[in-house]
Structure formats: C-alpha cells, structure tokens
Design a protein around this ligand. Sequence first.
Ligand code: SF4
Length: 432
Amino acid sequence: MKIAFFTLGCKVNQYETQAMSELVAKNGYEVVEHSEKADIYVINSCTVTAESDKKTRQAVRRFKRNNPESVVILTGCMPQAYPEAAESLKEADIIIGNKNDCNILDVIDDYFLTGQRIFKVTQHQKGDNFIVSPISKFNERTRAFVKIQDGCNRFCSYCIIPTSRGRVRSKPIEEIKLELESLAENGYKEIVLVGINLSSYGQDFDNGLNICDAVECACSIEKIERVRLGSLEPDHITKEVIESWAKQEKLCPQFHISLQSGCDETLKRMNRHYNTEEYRQLCKNLRENFKDCSLTTDVMVGFSGETDEEFEKSLDFVKEIGFEKVHIFPYSVRVGTRAEHFENQVEKCVKEKRASIMQQECAKIRADFLKRQIGKEVEVLLETRSTDGKFEGYTPNYTPVLIENCNGECGNIVKAKIIDISGDACIGEKTN
Ligand code: SF4
C-alpha cells in the first residue's frame, strides 16, 4: 500500500514525519511523495498561528478532494490543541493527536478492519515520558534534524504550544547517542538538535543532565562533523552553559534565540521570563565565546496593547543587537491562551505596517552581514545543486553560499573563499 506525508510547521514536526514514515516503511508500506497517487495521505499539522490552522484545513480538504478513494489522516498539533475543530473536519477519515503518532500503524489497521471513522486524541498528562521513535535518515537532505526534547512549561501568554505539546520531556542521552551513531553511519555529517523548548532539555531528569550534556554527546560522535542547535529560548542559557558549549569545536556558532519583543513592558505582558538587559548580556556572552558567531531570532509585532512607543523600543533593541536574520510575526490571537482575553488588541493594518518597518530595518542589517563575509575563507556543507550546476550550502554560522564550478557532491564539506553577494546569499570560489 502507498502512503504519503504532508508536513506543516517546525523542525520537530518534520522529524516526527520522518519517524512515522520510517515506522510504516518498516511495516511494508511504500512511502511516496505527496504529489503522487497514494492510498493513504497523512497531514502532520501545525497550530502555532491562525494561518497554520487555515493551511491545515485547506490541506485536509485538498487531499480528499483530489483523492476521494484514499484515506486522509490528520495528525500533529492542530487536533491535539483543538480536538473539536479537528473533529469537525469531515474530510479527515482518521484524526489522531501528536501524542498518538506512534500508534499510526494500529489506527490504519483498525480503519481498514472496521471502515469506521477514527477520532483518537489523547491529552498530554503531567509525568508523560518522552516517546522514543528514532530515525536513521532524513529524506533528501544532507543535514538531519534530531528531536531530543518535547513540551514546554513556560506558558507565554500568547502561546498554545504548552497545550499542543504538553510538559517538558527529554530523550534519554543513551538514545540520542544510538540515533546519532546510526545517522553518522548513513553519511550525515551535520545534525541539528531540535525541540519545542530545546534549552530546557533535561529539566524532567533527576540526574542533573542538561542541554550541555546533549551537545557534548552529539559532538562526541566521530563521523559527525557539525552539530547545530535548533530554536532556543533565552532562559536556561546561562554563562556556564555558553562556556561549556564553547569547548565543543563541532558546535556551529549560530544561535537562534527567540526574543519576541525588544520592549520590557511587552515582554511582561507576554509572560516571557527575561528582560532586554538579560537578553543583551546573553548576546554579548555568545559573541565573546564564539568567533564569527551569528545570532538570529523571532520577533512578534502588534502584540495586545503594543503602543507605538513600545514598538519603537522593540525596533531600536533589534537594531542595537544587529541580528544576522530576524523572523517577524504579526501577532495571531490563539483561542485557549491568556492573551486571547487581553484588551487593546492591535488592528491588522497596524500589525502589517509594523511588520514591514521591522522587515526593512532587518534587511539592511542582513545585507551588511553578508557584505562583511566577502574575503573570508569558509567551510561550506554542500546541500543542493541547482539546474545551472551551482551548489548551495551553508557555513558553520549559517551563511548561505553559492559555489560555481565545484566538482564536489551534496553532503561534502568544501573550503571556499567568499568573493561576492547574490541576493540573500554569498558567492564562493572553491579553494580545495
Ligand atoms: S517558551 Fe513560550 S513561546 Fe516558546 S513554546 Fe513555550 S510557551 Fe510557547
């Protein structure tokens, strides 16, 4: 039987799709692209914004409309956070939450046995364990995302993730080691450690292990040459953590640390657990400990009650830090969060105006960053080859580089000299 996966959302979701696809392949299913004809389509959904919910609904309806005979399975964060809304999507034949992903084989068997629609969403419980479902490859990619942490205990006032993902749970370190060794055997030179609140790794353990131990474990795997960290929350990243990371040569000097706002009053209403001075110090520490370090972040504009003054403060702070890249999100009200009931919601047009102002300023900083790379000798992990024969890859600090006349292969790390800029990437000349 042919099965296809369609994934929305974050790196953790992409990892979970890979794990599900390896599970079904091991049990005799043929995994095909979602553009191909399949007997079963699995939509692994995201619910972080209203837009992600809309894309999820559209995907369920589209796959059923285009393949009325096929079985459509809806899973992921949307049904987990909003089971009623998911249940009302009649085009879905099977609905399971992200907690039930590991039971995908059973629910498919049940469906074909009974022909009955299945709705199985089990709520996350305090004390749940991390469900280990390892991967051994990462489809069509030269870099593998490896989920080592799930859930979040933070409850930022705008965020539905603690509902969709439950409390902090961490993968045992010996399981991380086994998984990375098998990925290394399969030729992966770079892995990205990912989680929902990655920096809280180990919080649920009583053995004192934390994110430093997970990084050390990953860097100890011989054939792995680069270890990258997925999105991080600022709290838990202490001076000691940074100093421990700085000892790991394989750790890439690129840190995506979610800021959300550069204004302390807004951070308070968001229930974020740091202020701008603490965030400023964190950036300073990272830049002091990591040569050629690049800092990227997420910033929300138009959060409930955000005044023009508060927005200006946030913009000034973002410019002061000088992030190499900023993902900007107009605030999206999520049902079931505290902020849903906050007064002074900001108008859509104001959010869009602020997002565009922030975008323009951040684009200038990014262009300067790319210009500063010219003349540098760098190492590039070749990832993709475009039709005109150019290779594209990334340096350790995540600078995108296009390399012409290179006889390398995807997955190889080559040396190059940055000679120019092209759009949002650098042009490199191979030197070895
Ligand atoms: S730290 Fe805050 S924003 Fe991040 S997942 Fe947890 S609740 Fe959501």
